[in-house]
Design a protein around this ligand. Structure first.
Ligand code: 5GP
Ligand code: ZN
Length: 134
């Protein structure tokens, strides 16, 4: 997509520090990293969110994440990772081209975990929600 910053990175109109690349996926260092080696994994086709992405391309993403993590194991040797993505405005997504954050973690780095993203369900009845899913 013409005005998409990540499409411009894919088209090499904007430079990037590539960590891993194949025919469907590009992984590159985040320009404002929250951890050493913070990497973004993106499909080479434009899709705003995972739900807009062709299923065949979606299948390429997790093996690419695994390859990125294998590279990190060799280069940075972190103690752990957080891997995930912000989906839509409510989920904190800023760049409208689906991207998976791979955040290397080190013991004692002061960061949180998935549970520190949100905590808004203290009065939710889980059994009631389960009924909605049938
Ligand atoms: P979001 O908040 O949408 O999940 O994350 C967008 C991420 O893209 C941010 O972490 C931000 O630092 C990164 N980012 C934005 N523009 C650029 C860019 O031009 N180059 C690179 N390498 N990262 C970018
Ligand atoms: Zn794009």
């Amino acid at each position: 997509m013409q005005d998409c910053i990540f499409c411009k990175i894919i088209n090499k109109e904007i430079p990037n520090y590539t960590v891993y690349e194949d025919s469907h996926v590009l992984a590159f260092l985040d320009i404002t990293p929250r951890a050493k080696g913070h990497t973004l994994v993106i499909p080479k086709v434009h899709a705003e969110t995972l739900l807009d992405l062709n299923e065949e391309i979606a299948k390429e993403l997790l093996p690419a994440v695994q390859k990125v993590m294998n590279r990190m194991e060799a280069v940075l040797k972190p103690d752990g990772y957080n891997v995930g993505w912000n989906h839509a405005e409510a989920g904190g997504q800023v760049v409208p081209h689906v991207h998976i954050h791979v955040l290397p973690r080190w013991n004692g780095d002061g960061g949180g975990n998935m549970h520190s993203i949100v905590d808004s369900a203290s009065d939710v009845d889980v059994a009631e929600v389960a009924r909605l899913f049938g």
